[in-house]
Design a protein around this ligand. Structure first.
Ligand SMILES: Cc1cc2nc3c(=O)[nH]c(=O)nc-3n(C[C@H](O)[C@H](O)[C@H](O)COP(=O)(O)OP(=O)(O)OC[C@H]3O[C@@H](n4cnc5c(N)ncnc54)[C@H](O)[C@@H]3O)c2cc1C
Length: 288
């Protein structure tokens, strides 16, 4: 195995573009090193991204959004007051990943590019309208987070491309977001179902919403029907019922040892309802 430690994204991309065999990037390593030790993957080239300047930085952008470096671990996100204030749902998704030890290394980009439909930080990023900066052989481009996953263990990144930053939009006024997951125990398990809701209010009425459903399809789903169910409402009982039905209808889960398709479908409705209530309270400045 060839181990590389480039000092720029352009160099990382060039190495990746020229790599003839199995390639992995190394961010926190909490997926890739575990997979290597388990014999699930044996990269011919392993490109360590942590030697590129500023990959550990979190910066507020001129428009009031956030630029998060691709090696920022969960523990640093969880201690960042500005991000917790603006995007608590994104931070709580990432902070559900693994344990304190895992949090010390695990990154948003690694969680996204590992390609798990149950990845805990991905619904929150999608609901937030987050984008990623992708650097490749033809330069850099920005794309929406929901366009990255292609199916379990797969992304839509092409040869030589990698994520060079995570971009969160400006929070703006009267907004709130939240992420909830169901696991059969309290810690250290993979989401059986996850759901993130992000919304904005005009006084009491929801004027914008995005709802993302995790672990109920081959990729995390952005459910426009679920968002439509609550836009224009005050999240009253009938809006919550419409949201529940839309989330259930959008779910296309499998049955496996973690839960049946019927169970997942029911739980996604429950989580959508609960996450929407938390996001609504946060938008009113009443949530934690
Ligand atoms: C004990 C344990 C518990 C866990 N619990 C959870 C959990 O509760 N929820 C959950 O969602 N996950 C969980 N995970 C999985 C893992 O911790 C997360 O997916 C983590 O966010 C991966 O980030 P990383 O930086 O460690 O990725 P890495 O292992 O460094 O990389 C993961 C993948 O992403 C690719 N990659 C990394 N960075 C980039 C980039 N910038 N551009 C393109 N590709 C890139 C790599 O090639 C690799 O395929 C757990 C893992 C362990 C070991």
């Amino acid at each position: 195995m060839r181990y590389h430690k480039p000092t720029s994204f352009t160099d990382a991309s060039a190495i990746a573009a020229a790599a003839p065999g199995t390639l992995r990037f190394l961010a926190g390593g909490t997926d890739v090193l575990v997979q290597m030790r388990a014999g699930m993957v044996q990269p011919d080239d392993l490109i360590d991204l942590k030697h590129i300047p500023d990959v550990g930085e979190i910066r507020q952008t001129a428009d009031g959004g956030w630029r998060i470096g691709i090696a920022v671990p969960g523990v640093v996100l969880g201690a960042h007051e500005g991000l917790k204030r603006d995007w608590p749902g994104v931070v709580e998704g990432m902070n559900l990943v693994g344990s304190t030890q895992v949090q010390g290394r695990a990154t948003l980009a690694g969680n996204l590019c590992n390609g798990s439909p149950a990845a805990d930080s991905v619904p929150g990023m999608i609901a937030a309208g987050a984008r990623v900066e992708v650097t490749g052989p033809k330069g850099s481009r920005e794309i929406a987070v929901e366009q990255i996953p292609a199916g379990p263990g797969k992304t839509n990144l092409t040869k030589g491309e990698l994520i060079s930053a995570i971009l969160l939009p400006p929070r703006g006024k009267n907004g709130g977001d939240a992420y909830l997951r169901f696991i059969p125990r309290t810690e250290m398990d993979i989401a059986v179902v996850g759901c993130a809701v992000n919304l904005r209010l005009d006084v009491d009425k929801i004027i914008e919403a995005r709802v993302a459903l995790g672990a109920v399809a081959p990729t995390v789903i952005l459910s426009e029907a679920a968002a439509r169910a609550i836009i224009g409402t005050t999240l009253d009982a009938s809006a919550l019922q419409a949201l529940t039905s839309a989330a259930e209808a959008g779910a296309k889960p499998i049955s496996d040892k973690r839960g049946t398709a019927e169970f997942r479908t029911e739980v996604v409705g429950v989580l959508a309802r609960r996450a929407a209530k938390i996001a609504y309270d946060r938008a009113k400045g009443q949530g934690k």
